[in-house]
Design a binder for this molecule. Structure first.
Ligand SMILES: Nc1nc2c(ncn2[C@@H]2O[C@H](COP(=O)(O)OP(=O)(O)OP(=O)(O)O)[C@@H](O)[C@H]2O)c(=O)[nH]1
Ligand SMILES: [Mg+2]
Length: 227
């Protein structure tokens, strides 16, 4: 149950009104963020997935391969600076947001973190959201692109069971493909489920562990930057 941030559907009318207010306040800040990103020619990318599907591992590998200077990453977790430390060790300029009880990042948190990160030479800003397939999908951060990650160990049905996160994605990364055989992963079924829920999303298949499949993802982001 996710009662901490008000994003759990609740039949009580008062709770619904509060949730709408929370979301509309977030939407206003998200629009401000988006305008600021545009004005500064920053491409902001929101990365969403279940806990442990490999967001940080992928971003670590991206940081090693990214050809346009240090990769900038804002990373959200309930607790610890572990992900930011991993990303910094991989060469990224990383800033950790510890959300405490909050199960998702919101636009105000991203705005504050972006200020701390500095903006002089920033062109690409990756935002690793809190690991959660539900709440982060409902909160616009002002990003221009969303990447959803599905790892093969989570099961082929996750796009059907958590459609909001995948419906809003510009790209889906199918990660941990090195484990597909061990997990008895049905690739065709997963791709069909993704196509049913998120036909708009382009698909990348990766193994962050083996540094496989990252080239396509990086080329796409460079194309988006040059638009
Ligand atoms: N075999 C294999 N393991 C992977 C791959 N990607 C990530 N992992 C492992 O999966 C575990 C979780 O990876 P993380 O990168 O921490 O996942 P995350 O999505 O950032 O997790 P949270 O931040 O907690 O939501 C780690 O032990 C990684 O080494 C992959 O492609 N293949
Ligand atoms: Mg992580």
């Amino acid at each position: 149950m996710c009662g901490t941030c008000g994003c759990e559907p609740d039949p009580a009318p008062r709770r619904l009104v509060l949730q709408q207010r929370l979301l509309s306040r977030n939407s206003l800040q998200a629009e401000l963020n988006r305008a600021q990103f545009r004005a500064n020619r920053v491409l902001a990318v929101n990365v969403l997935s279940a806990p442990g599907s490999g967001k940080t591992a992928l971003l670590e590998q991206m940081a090693r391969l990214w050809p346009m200077g240090p990769l900038a990453v804002i990373v959200g977790d309930l607790a610890t600076e572990r992900d930011a430390q991993r990303l910094q060790a991989a060469g990224a300029r990383a800033l950790q947001i510890c959300t405490g009880d909050l199960c998702h990042l919101d636009a105000a948190l991203v705005s504050a973190a972006r200020g701390e990160l500095g903006s002089d030479d920033l062109r690409l800003l990756m935002i690793e959201n809190v690991g959660n397939l539900v709440c982060p999908a409902a909160f616009d951060l002002g990003e221009q692109l969303r990447i959803a990650i599905l790892s093969v160990t989570e099961g082929e049905d996750k796009p059907l069971k958590y459609p909001a996160l995948f419906k809003g994605a510009d790209a889906v990364v199918l990660n941990k493909i090195d484990l597909a055989k061990a997990a008895d992963f049905d690739r065709q079924l997963a791709i069909a489920n993704l196509a049913a829920v998120a036909p708009q999303a382009r698909l990348f298949e990766t193994s962050a562990r083996l540094q496989q499949g990252l080239d396509g993802l990086i080329s796409w982001l460079i194309d988006e930057l040059e638009h």
